[in-house]
Design a protein around this ligand. Sequence first.
Ligand code: PAF
Length: 288
Amino acid sequence: MEIVRDPARIRDVIERLRHQSGRPIGFAPTMGALHEGHLSLIRAIREAGTVPVASIFVNPIQFGPGEDFERYPRPFEKDCERLEAAGVACVFAPASFQMYRPDHTVYVVEERITLGLCGSRRPGHFRGVATVVLKLFNLIRPDLAAFGRKDAQQARLIEKMIEDLNLEIRLLICPIVREADGLAMSSRNSYLGPEARRQALCLFEGLKRAQESYARGERRTNRIREIVIEEIGRRSLARLDYVEGVAWHDMQPVRELGPGTLVAAAVWVEQTRLIDNLWISPDGEPIL
Ligand code: PAF
């Protein structure tokens, strides 16, 4: 597995891989601290017949002041071992100064999908995400890219950026990967102490109750929100950030849930912010 740090080299390396293999390039962007969720993205791009390429870059411009940029876990060597074992051909891992020169002034801003949910809680976050993902796409030039559905608003933003900016990239949005007890996998789960980890399950449990209620025929967003809020309210270390029913296509609130909508939620457990969602698939199945 080749590790490339220099943005000036990555295009040549990728073109060589494309040429030697005769296969298209599949790309999974990450910030490292890898877990099974990331590895499922690698599996998905491999199964699609592409040469798997990953990036590890903790993108400073998607973190707000006082967020966890400094303490974000960076187990780089272990991450590389896991990527190599998963069959990744090349890892792009630039340093911040190589991605953002001091005179960097151009950013990608989406003006609808990113206004609510995490976008309103983390001002500038999605501007940072869209900007770095477009830069990574321009450097790697993948044919296929994989993102996880846990970050639903991010996944939809990337899908919309591909549409609106005419990028020739096929997008795979992969299912949420969960721990055995249901907690959605996240690099930030490592911040949780034992009691916080136990209580963090309220997010999944609230959404699971919402799923059951939907399956029994409940469609009113307000009622479903109440169910999730009640479950989170039963834990002393957990504080609701938001729970909303929104349409997948524009991430705007809906009164009624149905195919193509989701219930997106974020919760603080002590100092750790976790997100998760219940997706109602186009054929009407509520999927966690
Ligand atoms: O989901 C993430 O890990 C990040 O937001 C991404 C897509 C790698 C961009 O920095």
